[in-house]
Design a protein around this ligand. Structure first.
Ligand code: 5AD
Ligand code: SF4
Length: 435
């Protein structure tokens, strides 16, 4: 018997890439590959890339540069680039970095085994099509191995919103939903393998239309799956937050009280230029309705500072919106001009000004995050235990609000949902006592 070949995958960017990497590793199992966590041990290296900000793409090129020595030592080593950088600049990658053998865009992963065979035969292989077929149907079924208790499940890909700063509509293509029956089958299979929590993924997951009742309909079906105790979804768009989905937050016990709902800016002038088609006020009203359905929900969001032509007054409007919402978590980014997007044509804000705004916004977000964690002290939470801590008897997991929790002197096992009382709040986690 020949020894299995080894595959090293490095994943950048969003959770959808994490999911895709898992599925690609499974598909390459069919070509005799097992995964390794060491690039120097690998017969194939695959970078699953992100193109959302400039730095993300630059990191890919510098990572590729690092493999030069390895490739010189091991001429049979194949190097592939997948993900959104592959989609956006596949041909340029091959030109700029000759050690790349294979380029595969996010909609073509089911063709990866063929592409690898082509690369093994000494040819350069590139596929960045947007084929009609569902890539997940053609990827080999997930093998029946035991899984960690929390898993991602991609239900929707692509985006039709065309925010003026964003490359996603170009790299991931138009919105496509997987049919509910397929999602349910995959969820049941995950549950059989020990999964109790799924996070439904999509670039615009609440635009899901693979079920006649939309995402809310899918969530209600999933909630009926025995053994599937927790459901989350990300990332959503304010304009697709319909009444049915808001109602689900109120009455589906399995739907966890945490919602990532990016707004990007608190200034209507900037929102308009961003092509967001909602206002700060409509977003705040929407959150009021969500909180009416589920008062304890923890909100999360994304912000861009230094969008072209953002003034001090625009930025102050963002700070005011953050004050009004009080996010449990929020991610903020300095605007990065992405070639091919409309905003890239507009005049940039001075870099030092943008840096200063980013710092101020992040300080405010961190203050709210800590305050909200502190408010959890004394409350009871349910923790899905995901792994053992460093201290004997310590177990780590996530609360329903997605806070990282460590339970001391716990008798809980991995996969248990433990009731615990929060006793303290550290910078990025909560300490709790098992009840
Ligand atoms: N520059 C900075 N941040 C961006 N994002 C998307 N495109 C850009 C860009 N060009 C941010 C948005 C989005 C998150 C995933 O990344 O806030 O919600
Ligand atoms: Fe990008 Fe806007 Fe679509 Fe989100 S909604 S993926 S930010 S274009």
């Amino acid at each position: 018997m020949t020894a299995p070949k080894k595959l090293f995958i490095k994943t950048y960017g969003c959770q959808m890439n994490v999911y895709d990497s898992e599925r690609m590793a499974e598909a390459m199992g069919g070509r005799g590959y097992v995964e390794t966590d060491r690039p120097d041990d690998a017969d194939m290296i695959l970078l699953n890339t992100c193109h959302i900000r400039e730095k993300a793409a630059e990191k890919v090129y510098s990572e590729l540069g690092r493999y030069k020595g390895l490739k010189a030592e091991k001429p049979d080593l194949k190097i592939g680039v997948a993900g959104c950088v592959a989609q956006a600049e596949g041909e340029e990658i091959m030109r700029r970095q000759p050690l790349v053998d294979l380029v595969v865009g996010p909609q073509s992963y089911h063709r990866l085994p063929e592409l690898e065979a082509k690369a093994r035969a000494g040819e350069k292989a590139l596929d960045t099509d947007f084929p009609e077929e569902d890539k997940f149907d053609h990827l080999k079924a997930r093998p029946k191995a035991k899984r960690a208790p929390a898993a991602f499940l991609t239900v929707q890909e692509g985006c039709d919103k065309f925010c003026a700063f964003c490359v996603v509509p170009y790299t991931r293509g138009a919105e496509v939903s997987r049919p509910a029956a397929r999602v349910l089958a995959e969820a049941r299979d995950l549950v059989e393998r020990g999964v109790r929590e799924v996070t439904l993924l999509g670039q615009n997951v609440n635009a899901y239309h693979g079920h006649e009742g939309g995402l809310a309909g899918l969530i209600r079906e999933l909630a009926k799956v025995d053994g599937l105790d927790r459901i989350r979804y990300t990332t959503s768009h304010p304009n697709d937050m319909d009444d049915a989905l808001i109602a689900a937050h109120g009455d589906v016990a399995e739907l966890m009280p945490y919602l990532h709902l990016p707004v990007q800016s608190g200034s209507d002038r900037i929102l308009k230029r961003m092509n967001r088609s909602h206002t700060a006020e409509s977003y705040l009203r929407l959150i009021e309705r969500i909180r009416a359905a589920r008062p304890d929900i923890v909100m999360s969001g994304d912000f861009i500072v230094g969008f072209p032509e953002e003034t001090d007054a625009d930025f102050e409007a963002t700070m005011a919106l953050v004050e009004a919402v009080r996010y449990g978590y929020a991610y903020s980014f300095k605007y990065s001009a992405r070639p091919g997007t409309p905003a890239a044509e507009r005049p940039m804000v001075d870099a030092a000004v943008a840096d200063d705004r980013l710092q101020r916004l992040q300080a405010l977000i961190t203050r709210h995050q800590r305050e909200i964690q502190q408010e959890m002290v004394g409350r009871e939470v349910s923790v899905l235990v995901e792994r053992e801590g460093r201290v004997p008897g310590q177990m780590l997991g996530k609360s329903e609000y997605l806070h990282a929790v460590h339970i001391e002197a716990s008798t809980a096992a991995i996969g248990d949902i433990a009731r615990a009382k929060v006793v303290d709040s550290k910078s990025n986690s909560l300490g709790a006592r098992h009840l």
